[in-house]
Design a protein around this ligand. Structure first.
Ligand SMILES: Nc1nc2c(c(=O)[nH]1)N[C@H]1C(S)=C(S)[C@@H](COP(=O)(O)OP(=O)(O)OC[C@H]3O[C@@H](n4cnc5c(=O)[nH]c(N)nc54)[C@H](O)[C@@H]3O)O[C@H]1N2
Ligand SMILES: Nc1nc2c(c(=O)[nH]1)N[C@H]1C(S)=C(S)[C@@H](COP(=O)(O)OP(=O)(O)OC[C@H]3O[C@@H](n4cnc5c(=O)[nH]c(N)nc54)[C@H](O)[C@@H]3O)O[C@H]1N2
Ligand code: SF4
Ligand SMILES: [Mo]
Length: 699
């Protein structure tokens, strides 16, 4: 048993046992779980009531977790593909030893013929634990000298933009938002993807706060806010610049804050002259009065909180969008109050010992090339030197990566050796040469930070590993051994990795130890509860100030000031005439990316893949409600059912996602039409910078 020795205590126990766990999914809420186990079997999963962010409540997806753990389709032993790659692929059972020998053998061959760089790891946050996300796997690939992977598919653009202004992924403490008097939910569908923040926003509202949603379509969240503003996708920085124009024009400013804690105010004031409300209204496709009112609501709301998320970082100017939004609270001094400021992510508060976990010192010199995960389709077809082997874990790229036509062609290459490690036979697994079984998090030990709150969570194994499933850490320990690697760090146990995962001497962990945390299950970082992180400046930028003007951006040859970068596809007027609808493919409530999208329960809830479009756009295309339609552009097409709704503004279409290709009507999903173009900074994916046309299907 590679894991926590406590494992055996819980297996085959006749009494119900409560075990403390943590939700491993890529969700800002990182809930603490109370898991009930009877006779070695999980019977119930509840949200921990003593963990303030969770407050005893889970989303539906995880409340039904036993269905996922004991799903009849769980992969339980290693397999080798027999027959062709792709949908319908068949596999036969092999032993772990055969699987590891085959992988090690092929890796060694490829290293001899093409060099280690021809091997590429591909992983994201299917398991978001500090161990599960990146620890032994990174050590292994560093030691191997494989290509490095730039993990850009979700948040890298927004993070880079936010850092340019604020310096780190630090924002207000969500627990304090109950005291806010105005809350902008800006590109964040909280009820769907940040449920526990919604609970706090509701509390604020009961105390009189005004909630304003800023989203191109009327989401479940926007429906329940006091006001909804629907700008065109990718125009948020223009909207923020318009707000700043009004704030400066009408002097709704905190001059003292600006003077003491910011850099470049006069340059910013000059820049926003170019964004009067009339111009911004035209860019965003909203009324001038909406901009004026929004600026006044924000400027007069004390305290004013902006909860944003990654929805606005998925267009060409996604980095700039977060950089620009992050300027707002410094202009009005909203940072002075614990319930004011902006929150994109809290992850920068955790003293994670990344280098100790990942050991970049094991990399060869010169360091191997870096492959951007958001262009994996293109790179599988074009990278030089070519990619010869791909090892996929914690991710389902065939379904989630943009421009699926190229991704599929890349994965289908006969000369590509592919290993996939997952709980299920995903769309990606259909292309595996070797398919390996991964355990649910309830079968492994891990430690979790959060990007939505300020607590640490321990996930203790609640049950024994199912079948022959092995955690990511153990897979790479065993593979390292098979490859003959001698470095002692490649044999560290999960318990050792947990001890190494954090800088325990950091003041934010004062009084905490691994043993204590493991015993308690969760703990808040040692940060004051009533903290306003930048009340007295202390930004983590090079100047220590909130940088309206960024010298680092200037040095990188970029615009040193906030500005509006239009969506890439709009700029091409021929393309915009041919494909006039802006397609958004945000999360469906009952799926988490493609996780849970193979569950009968949640498939029934979501019914079928749909595209929502406005009655005007439906009428001009002769589309009836419920009709099967094709959504297409020059990259590809996928078929869905039309839902005609005034929730979506004219010119925008929404297909909530991410459906498995093989469980979709035509074996394809929304990523057929999305683009591999990258964001302005951070190398991010531009899923929501995507023009399409929609047409009826003759059946
Ligand atoms: N139920 C559920 N929860 C999830 C996920 C899931 O798949 N399902 N995914 C998880 C993951 S990996 C992530 S990264 C987060 C994602 O959650 P968020 O970071 O909140 O991002 P999105 O859901 O992509 O977008 C949020 C909202 O932004 C809107 N939006 C899109 N483009 C724009 C724009 O240009 N401007 C503005 N103002 N709004 C825009 C979308 O319509 C959507 O309603 O959620 C996590 N939580
Ligand atoms: N069109 C469109 N595409 C998108 C998005 C969008 O909004 N629209 N969102 C993007 C975003 S924000 C993200 S984060 C990406 C997410 O894309 P992915 O990171 O690929 O997320 P999932 O689809 O949930 O796939 C995670 C996989 O990891 C597996 N897994 C879970 N735990 C473990 C484990 O411990 N070990 C191993 N080996 N496997 C495990 C799960 O079973 C699942 O198959 O998708 C992106 N793609
Ligand atoms: S997916 Fe999010 S809301 Fe649901 S249990 Fe996990 S952390 Fe909590
Ligand atoms: Mo994400």
């Amino acid at each position: 048993m590679p894991d926590d020795p406590d494992h055996s205590r819980y297996a085959n126990n006749n009494d119900p046992v409560q075990i403390r766990g943590a939700c491993p999914h890529d969700c800002p809420d990182t809930c603490a779980l109370d898991i009930s186990v009877v006779e070695g079997r999980v019977v119930k999963v509840a949200g921990a009531s003593d963990h303030p962010p969770t407050a005893g409540v889970l989303c539906t997806k995880v409340a039904y977790y036993p269905e996922r753990i004991y799903h009849p389709d769980r992969l339980l032993y290693p397999q080798r593909r027999i027959g062709a790659k792709g949908p319908g692929a068949r596999f036969e059972r092999i032993t772990w030893d055969e699987a590891l020998s085959t992988i090690a053998g092929r890796f060694q061959e490829i290293m001899a013929q093409n060099g280690a760089e021809a091997i590429v790891p591909y992983s994201y946050a299917g398991n978001s634990g500090l161990l599960g996300y990146g620890s032994m796997d990174r050590r292994f690939f560093h030691r191997l000298g494989a290509s490095q992977l730039d993990r850009t598919i979700c948040a890298s653009a927004g993070a880079a933009g936010y850092w340019a202004t604020v310096g780190a992924s630090i924002g207000f403490d969500a627990e304090n938002v109950v005291e806010a008097s105005v809350i902008l939910l800006w590109g964040s569908n909280s009820i769907v993807s940040n449920l526990h923040f919604w609970r706090l926003a509701q509390q604020a509202r009961r105390r009189g706060a005004r909630l304003i949603a800023i989203d191109p379509y009327r989401t479940a969240t926007a429906d329940k806010c006091d006001q909804h503003i629907a700008p065109l996708p990718g125009t948020d920085s223009a909207l923020a610049l318009g707000m700043m124009h009004v704030l400066i024009r009408d002097d709704w400013l905190d001059h003292d804050y600006i003077q003491q804690y910011t850099l470049g105010f006069s340059a910013l004031a000059e820049r926003v002259q170019a964004y009067p409300p009339a111009r911004v209204a035209a860019i965003c496709g909203i009324r001038e009065s909406e901009i004026e009112e929004l600026a006044h609501a924000y400027g007069s709301g004390k305290p004013a909180a902006i909860r944003t998320n990654y929805g606005i970082n998925r267009t060409a100017g996604g980095g700039m969008a977060l950089r620009t939004l992050a300027c707002l609270p410094a202009l009005t001094g909203a940072w002075r109050h614990p319930a004011g400021g902006i929150l994109l992510s809290t992850s920068g508060n955790y003293p994670v010992a990344t280098a100790t976990l990942e050991r970049p010192d094991l990399l060869p010199s010169p360091a191997p090339r870096t492959i951007n995960m958001s262009t994996i389709g293109h790179d599988l077809l074009n990278a030089q030197p070519p990619i010869k082997a791909l090892m996929v874990y914690n991710s389902n790229p065939v379904a989630v990566a943009p421009q699926a036509g190229e991704v599929v062609r890349g994965f289908a290459r006969d000369d590509l050796f592919t290993v996939v490690h997952d709980l299920f036979q995903t769309d990606t697994a259909d292309y595996a040469d070797i398919l390996l079984p991964a355990p649910s998090h309830m079968e492994q030990l891990d430690i979790h930070k959060s990007y939505g709150h300020l607590y640490l969570q321990v996930n203790r194994p609640a049950i024994a590993l199912r079948g022959e499933a092995l955690p990511n850490t153990e897979l790479f320990r065993r593979l390292a051994q098979k490859m003959g690697f001698q470095e002692p760090c490649l044999t560290d146990s999960d318990e050792t990795l947990c001890r190494q995962a954090l800088n325990w001497s950091d003041p934010r962990l004062a009084g905490l130890s691994w043993d204590q945390l493991k015993h308690d299950g969760h703990a808040r970082l040692k940060l004051p509860t009533n903290r306003a992180p930048f009340a007295n400046g202390g930004f983590l930028t090079p100047s220590g100030k909130c940088e309206f003007y960024s010298t680092a951006m200037a040095q990188a040859g970029l615009d040193p000031l906030p500005d509006f970068i239009p969506p890439r596809e709009w700029r091409d007027s021929a393309l915009a005439r041919e494909f006039p609808l802006a397609l958004l493919t945000p999360p469906a409530r009952n799926f988490l990316n493609t996780s849970f999208a193979n569950s009968a329960r949640f498939l029934a809830q979501e019914e079928s893949p749909t595209v929502q479009l406005n009655p005007i756009d439906a009428a001009t295309r002769g589309i009836a409600n419920g009709a099967p339609v094709r959504v297409f552009n020059h990259r590809g097409e996928f078929q869905v059912r039309a839902v005609i709704s005034d929730r979506v503004r004219p010119g925008v279409a929404v297909a909530t996602s991410i459906w498995w290709r093989k469980l979709s009507p035509d074996g394809r999903n929304c990523n057929e039409v999305t683009s591999q173009a990258l964001t302005d900074i951070g190398g991010g994916a531009t899923f929501y910078d995507c023009l399409v046309e929609i047409g009826t299907i003759q059946l």
